[in-house]
Structure formats: C-alpha cells, structure tokens
Design a protein around this ligand. Sequence first.
Ligand SMILES: Nc1ncnc2c1ncn2[C@@H]1O[C@H](COP(=O)(O)OP(=O)(O)OP(=O)(O)O)[C@@H](O)[C@H]1O
Ligand SMILES: [Mg+2]
Length: 281
Amino acid sequence: MSVVVEGLTKAYGRSSHALDGLSFTAGVGVNGLLGPNGAGKTTLIRLLATVLTADGGTMRLLGRDPATERSAIRRRLGYLPQEPGYHRGFTVFEFVDYVAILKEMADRRARHDEVRRVIDAVGLADVSGKKIRALSGGMRRRVGIAQALLGEPELVLLDEPTAGLDPEERLRFRELISRIGENRTVILSTHQIEDVAALCGRVVVLKDGRSAFEGAPEELRALAKGRTWLWEKKAGLLSWRTGEGVFRSIGDPPEGARLVEPTIEDAYLLLLGEATLVAAG
Ligand SMILES: Nc1ncnc2c1ncn2[C@@H]1O[C@H](COP(=O)(O)OP(=O)(O)OP(=O)(O)O)[C@@H](O)[C@H]1O
Ligand SMILES: [Mg+2]
C-alpha cells in the first residue's frame, strides 16, 4: 500500500478537530475521497502532501515516515491544491517550468523536456505560450494537473480537480485521471459522486474527520439496496419529489413502497444521514 494512515488527528486551534482518528489505506489506482464541506478532505490531502503535520496518529507514505523522511517523500509526490495560486501573469510553460525549478529539476534542457511532456499529457500543448489569466477555468485546472505530474510522481494528490467544470470537460478529466491512475496511486477529493462511481476502484467517505466508509464504489452502493424506494408520501431519512410526482426516499421503506435500484449517491446520502442521526443522539 502506498498510503497507510492510522488514527490520524489534526486540530486547527484548540476547539475543533478537522481530523479525529482517521484510518485508511490506498494503493495503485484512483482512490476517491468523498465527504461534505468541512469533513476534512483538504486537511487530509495537505497532511499527505506533507505541507501540514499531524497532531497524532501514524502515516506511511510510499513506505516512508513523513516525520523523518519528508524530502524523500516530496520528491515522489505530485499535488494539486484545492485553491492553487497560479501566478496568472505567467504563461502555461513558464508556470509549469517554475514549479519544476522548485522541484529541484536543475538541468535546464531535461527540465524543459519534462515540462513539455506534462503540458502535452493534459492536452495543453496548443496553449502553452498563453498567459494563465487568459485560460478558461477548465484549462487552468489542467495546468494544475500538469504541474502535479512533473517528475513522474508515484503518489498524486488532487484536491477537487473537477470542481466547476462543465460535463464535457469533466468527462475529459475522467479520461486523464484514469490514465494517471494506471500505474500510480491517485487520491482524488471530489463532490462529484458520479466521478467516483466512474473512476475509482476505491472510495473513502469522510465525515467529521473520520472514515464513515472505505471500500469499492459498488460496495458503497450496496448499502442502499432495499432502502431506496418510491412512494406517494414523503418519508424516510431523506426524500424528494421526482419529476413524476412521487417521492423518492432513502431509509427504511414503509409498507407498500416500491423499491428501486439505488445509485451510489443514494448510498452516500444514506450513509451521511445516518452518521448525522447517530451523532445527534
Ligand atoms: N486553516 C484553518 N484554520 C482553522 N480551521 C480550519 C482551517 N482549515 C480547515 N479548517 C477547519 O477544519 C475542518 C475541515 O476542513 P477541510 O478544509 O479539511 O474540509 P473539506 O472536507 O476539504 O471541505 P470542502 O469540501 O469544503 O473543501 C473544517 O471545520 C474547517 O473549518
Ligand atoms: Mg476541501
């Protein structure tokens, strides 16, 4: 396993725990990280990227301990932050080259070859001379992914790479990310549950700084089997009126409800809803 995390805790200030005893593992392939706003996804990714240090718990990244071997880990790591600073006056090439310099790629010619390779890999070769500020949001995200691929990292951390993209662009991202995950460990945080279903071999659901689920997307979906139904009335943990006028609900079905195949989103909402109920009482 490339990532082994056990009992990880992290607090900002004294009051609340962003991570509260989180354990999970991740290996080669695309690993999805789901969770509501504030669940701790970005905190976890920043810990994995070694830009934050944990308060407690243990982490092994690529077989190493980030407390003592941080540089060795960083050399084999690519990271797209949730809110990257792009230096908008740079061209695409200049920006990626700048990150490559920070990544200690000293030899100019080899570095430029690598910069061109990653720009090409994300399909931006045509705009490599354009200023970042002149790019669309989707193209800018691809620049972020390009810099995360510099130096063929074995562990790639992508914090909401598809936020705000149109459906077509998101499909292109799926292709790109699944390609990246063929031979390395990708950890991808997202609110796009369909992306997880389509892309990820494994998914971890974070809730209040802990893992509420870890497994295959299909196993997540199975949690809602027999607990997703249509009925004429509002009932269950969560329900909404569909276009056909009946209510689609999740939770324990009442007598006479018509069971339907759950989606992974149903299961996700069910899981979060129950976690909330447990927390509340
Ligand atoms: N720098 C910070 N200072 C104080 N509190 C923080 C800081 N960063 C995050 N937090 C808090 O830690 C918790 C987890 O935040 P985090 O950003 O990790 O969540 P997230 O799952 O990435 O959310 P989102 O989906 O909105 O990106 C939240 O309660 C948040 O308010
Ligand atoms: Mg976040």
